[in-house]
Design a binder for this molecule. Sequence first.
Ligand code: M6P
Ligand code: ZN
Length: 200
Amino acid sequence: MSTFGRLVSERASRVDWPAARLEGTSVRNSVTKLGQLQAYFRSRAAFASMDPETVVYRVQWLEPIAAGVEGGLFWGSTTVEPGRVGDEYFMTKGHFHAIRNRAEYYTTVQGEGMLILMDEQGRTRAEVMTPGSLHYIPGATGHRAVNTGMTPLCFWACWPSDAGHDYDTIAAEGFGARVLLRNGAPALVTVADLGDSVER
Ligand code: M6P
Ligand code: ZN
């Protein structure tokens, strides 16, 4: 093999941009089904009437260094299926980063959605996710992606290798607003307007 051949290599991982898919042997995969999301959706009655085996979202990602080690970056894609539990659109669990000051980028490839963002005081807002939208998620900001469309919502994400996922805060307290079907369209509705109490 020439020197050139030894020093220049095809990367082991590749992205399929339009499909928001990762290819390669070190790609990690997770599938989240409805049955794992009982704590997250508002309507217990609607949830109980649905098949817990329904796939809500899939994540593919690369961890070039070990999770928890400072200094690296992780890269992945998420596909949230279209659907609702009652009037609430399918969504990711959402999380804060375990190391609170760690930030993240999301960028949308396909579909329509909303990115719910919440600070540690519970102040909640949303950004519209549409193909090409780029979302900077600052540190100390909970984040959840919601599919408000009729087709899969696919987005890329890049986050620090030591960020970690704090799911407990969201599982216990929720976000300050939910994305619900209202008058035929998705709307960000605050928990105060829903009459749901959130203690912080
Ligand atoms: C993005 C990143 C991942 C995250 C995934 C699903 O790809 O933020 O870190 O795991 O979305 O979101 P969640 O973990 O909240 O279910
Ligand atoms: Zn994150």
